[in-house]
Design a protein around this ligand. Structure first.
Ligand SMILES: [Zn+2]
Length: 369
């Protein structure tokens, strides 16, 4: 039998079917940052590296998604485009024009789900950066299948498997979606792993943004540790979650660990934060670590305001790999398409105990451990 010692990468070209051509951010209509070229940049970087091998996602059905998301949200995402085409405004993408703000219903109880396509959009979506287009539901389902394929890989004995997916997922909560995210593939993988292992699962969320959706889904769970290092929500999306004071509730008290970071966060500051996070994860003694991997922490990223450099991604990956726990690595954000592939390759090589690639290529000095 041929020995397979390369890191498995789960990838499907079907992500191209989700291709919104705009978003509204900060009051501006712009082309949109969450584009297919992001994942293709990473694919090109890894395909040229013999230490990685590609495979297609398996099929896991709707069950693992129902275990995490509200049935109304799933049904909405599945039928939204067809309904919009039949009864919507004729626009090429679905975007809400009114939101279910809690203040509008304060003291009056819950609102029933509206029947109009625009009303439903504002009932299930919380921002103006997450349009639904014809392929959106299919692609977010493929992303969940890819995350579950990676999870299945580590349960079958792999040290780590990487799900190279888009759109990202960690902003989507149990019953609402937003932040470029529709279904939360990291949360789906966590719940599936918890059910299979009957053991503790930890999340290491290193996207620039706080993973408000993942935090919410597991906020009261004692068997799931959610950790995140992210831009302080007082200045950055998702604005309403991610503060250090949020530490879990009920049986999950103490199983959320947030480290909000200042603008300009550099390699040294980030590594100190990673050390604190990894210490918490080790103390939790999880069976598996699910990594929400984002590269919008990079100094050149058009959305983020951190100052991380390419070499630090290898070091962060190396330290995560040194936990010596199975890693299910799921791609989240990162919008500097030109450097995304290089940064991802370094992180993944570090996590697998492989030497950096950058030193040979461009003489960048490695960061010592
Ligand atoms: Zn992000």
């Amino acid at each position: 039998m041929e020995q397979v010692d390369s890191m498995r990468v789960v990838y499907s070209p079907r992500h191209h079917l989700h291709d919104p051509d705009f978003e509204v951010t900060g009051g501006r209509r712009i082309a949109g940052y969450e584009v297919a070229a992001r994942v293709e940049s990473i694919r090109h970087a890894l395909e040229s590296d013999p230490d990685f091998s590609f495979e297609a996602p398996g099929t896991f059905g709707i069950g693992p998604i129902r275990a995490v998301h509200d049935a109304g949200l799933i049904a909405y995402l599945e039928s939204a485009w067809q309904d919009w085409r039949a009864r919507g405004t004729g626009a090429s993408a679905i975007m809400p024009d009114a939101f279910l703000h809690p203040g509008a219903r304060a003291g009056m109880g819950d609102a029933p789900a509206p029947s109009s396509p625009c009303g439903q959009a504002g009932y299930y979506c919380f921002d103006t950066a997450t349009p639904i287009v014809p392929g959106t539901y299919e692609v977010t389902r493929v992303a969940c299948d890819a995350a579950l394929t990676a999870a299945d890989g580590v349960l079958s004995g792999e040290r780590s498997v990487y799900a190279l997916t888009r759109p990202p997922g960690h902003h989507s909560a149990r019953a609402v979606f937003g932040g470029y995210c529709y279904l939360n593939q990291a949360a789906v993988a966590v719940e599936w792993l918890a059910g299979r292992t009957h053991d503790r699962i930890a999340v290491l969320d290193v996207d620039y943004h706080h993973g408000n959706g993942t935090q919410q889904i597991f906020y009261d769970r004692e068997d799931v540790l959610y950790t995140s290092i992210h831009a302080d929500p007082s200045r950055t999306f998702p604005y309403f979650a991610g503060h250090a004071s949020e530490t879990g509730a009920g049986a999950g008290t103490g199983t959320t660990f947030n480290q909000p970071m200042p603008a300009g966060t550099n390699d040294a500051q980030y590594l100190e934060a990673i050390e604190r996070t990894l210490t918490r994860i080790e103390a939790f003694r999880p069976a598996v670590v699910v990594v929400s991997l984002g590269f919008d922490t990079y100094g050149q990223d058009p959305i983020g305001d951190f100052a991380l450099t390419t070499p630090v991604y290898h070091e962060i990956g190396r330290r995560a790999g040194a936990l010596d726990l199975p890693l299910v690595i799921i791609q989240e954000g990162g919008y500097d398409v030109a450097n995304l592939g290089r940064n991802a390759r370094e992180w993944l090589r570090g996590s697998a105990g492989l030497a950096p690639a950058f030193a040979a290529e461009d003489g960048v000095k490695a960061i010592g451990s």
